[in-house]
Design a binder for this molecule. Sequence first.
Ligand code: NI
Length: 179
Amino acid sequence: MAVLPIVEVPDPRLRLVSEPVSEVTDAVRAFVGDMFDTMYAAHGIGLAAIQVGVAQRILVIDLQDREETGEDGETRPVRNPHAYINPEIVAVSEETSSYNEGCLSIPEQYADVTRPARCTVRWLDEQGAAHEEELSGLLATCMQHEIDHLNGVLFVDHISRLKRQMLLKKLDKARKGAA
Ligand code: NI
């Protein structure tokens, strides 16, 4: 288990089309563990393998929206990690929804992105078993955002050129301020 460095814009690796995983091996499972460590350390809800420099079709998601009340009466978030290997969108709804998206590869910058409200996704889990499910809500949004990464697409590609330029300028400024 390890926290890996996150690739940020304008790194050209973020534009690569990732390769399908040919077999879900122990090495893939170990890498998925590192991806979870990296995502939790960065307080993200989703991470694609290319965001740690590996051009393979692997995603991890944990919306961190589950809570549990302990014996002491305190409510705490509970981890709900999911790995998606070779995920594929097989259908999308006509209905759309808008969400203020961010991305660990474009730190601290957010923009409203409109996408299909629901999507049907096919994937392999960490044991190599196949699944197909219709997703909705934040999970549908997050899944589409992460699958975009596997195709070299970033959320800023879905907003106007003017908004994108403003957002990237803000990021530049924030980085210079931090330097
Ligand atoms: Ni992202």
